[in-house]
Design a protein around this ligand. Structure first.
Ligand SMILES: C[S@@+](CC[C@H](N)C(=O)[O-])C[C@H]1O[C@@H](n2cnc3c(N)ncnc32)[C@H](O)[C@@H]1O
Length: 336
């Protein structure tokens, strides 16, 4: 199937499912066509969000040793697992294991991964793997949080306790992001180290009293010229999606000692530019806070933030709600 031959009725039905409570009422994939249409559209957009997360991890030199077993849990069409295999390098992956409560989804994910990586071992997770207690290297979770029932949450909790590293991407909505924040707290307290997005290992500032209206989210760089593609334009219109906007929330955790030096900050969402100053919501070791950046204090950074997608980590001091000293970070200085 190609973008030009999408089944719009299938996509309309999936959209209705995602927007309603039906998404939590059990498997909703009816045919392989559902998964194919999803993979090319909703799934591909999720892939672009994964690309942003993986670009950041690459720039921070985060990697795993060769011989990695990846479990893509709630795999759907398997887009997340495939993006992660690409990132790690197929020769570094010993096995991609997929799981979903839909057997159809697992079939599709296995089939597609074998097509893309013919030399790699790809399998459905069997009962022993899912219910065992052996540690494994990497758990991949993508866009499942708002579909889970208690049993699903319990299974995921148990898998998190066995995974040496976790890569987790969710939509950039208030609901999904704050749910992910709760998981961060639980997993941090169980001994996992937070690699990203947080520039610290403390409790999440977003969850502190008074910050209920905020949520931790970021925007992936939009795909160039997407509006020149009539199939994407039609998809955007029918799905009610602004194609240029790719909001996501994410979490990267692992059991290795975190070597990130202190003193970094991160912009939540995007900076808002006004004449001569910008406002941004800042996260650092002290929590989250609204800050102002005066153009005259850091003209280069002011300009860079205006044009930047995925600005990543920053290093600056602030006082009385105003950014004071800015340190320009080179690629080499990015914390590992
Ligand atoms: C929105 S789709 C996301 C699929 C894929 N991870 C992605 O990012 O494109 C959510 C997937 O989670 C699966 N799912 C929901 N609840 C589940 C559960 N309790 N156990 C396993 N899979 C579940 C659904 O069947 C569906 O394939």
């Amino acid at each position: 199937m190609k973008l030009e031959s999408l089944d719009w009725e299938v996509l309309d039905r999936l959209r209705q499912t995602f927007l309603s409570d039906a998404k939590s009422a059990g498997p909703y994939w009816h045919t392989m066509t559902d998964l194919e249409c999803y993979d090319l559209t909703y799934g591909e957009r999720i892939g672009w969000k994964w690309d942003a997360v993986l670009r950041e991890l690459k720039s921070r030199h985060w990697n795993l040793s060769p011989g990695t077993t990846i479990l893509d849990w709630g795999c759907g069409s398997g887009i997340a697992g495939r993006r992660v295999v690409d990132f790690l390098g197929v020769t570094n992956v010993s096995q991609l294991v997929v799981h979903d409560h839909s057997a159809l989804a697992m079939d599709f994910a296995v089939h597609r991964a074998k097509q893309v990586f013919p030399a790699m071992s790809v399998e459905r997770a069997d009962y022993r793997f899912l219910e065992g207690d052996e540690p494994f290297e990497l758990l991949v979770v993508s866009h499942v949080l708002n579909e889970l029932d208690d049993l699903g949450r319990a299974q995921l909790t148990s898998l998190c306790s066995r995974a040496k590293s976790i890569l987790w991407v969710e939509p950039g909505t208030h609901e999904a992001s704050r749910l992910l924040g709760d998981w961060r707290e639980k997993l941090r307290q169980s001994g996992l180290n937070v690699v990203a997005p947080c520039p610290h290992q403390n409790g999440c500032g977003m969850l502190a009293p008074g910050n209920e209206r905020h949520w931790c989210h970021f925007f992936a760089a939009p795909v160039p010229n997407i509006y020149a593609d009539s199939a994407w334009v039609k998809f955007g219109q029918r799905a009610g999606i602004d194609l240029r906007s790719l909001p996501y929330s994410f979490l990267v955790l692992d059991r290795r000692p975190n070597v990130m030096p202190v003193g970094y900050s991160r912009i939540i969402g995007e900076a808002r530019h006004f004449k001569g100053y910008a406002k941004l919501f800042n996260c650092d070791t002290a929590g989250v806070a609204d800050l102002m950046l005066q153009k005259r204090d850091a003209p280069a950074l002011f300009k860079a933030l205006k044009n930047a997608h995925e600005p990543g980590l920053q290093k600056w001091s602030h006082g009385n709600g105003r950014i004071t000293q800015v340190e320009v970070l080179s690629d080499q200085e990015s914390p590992a």
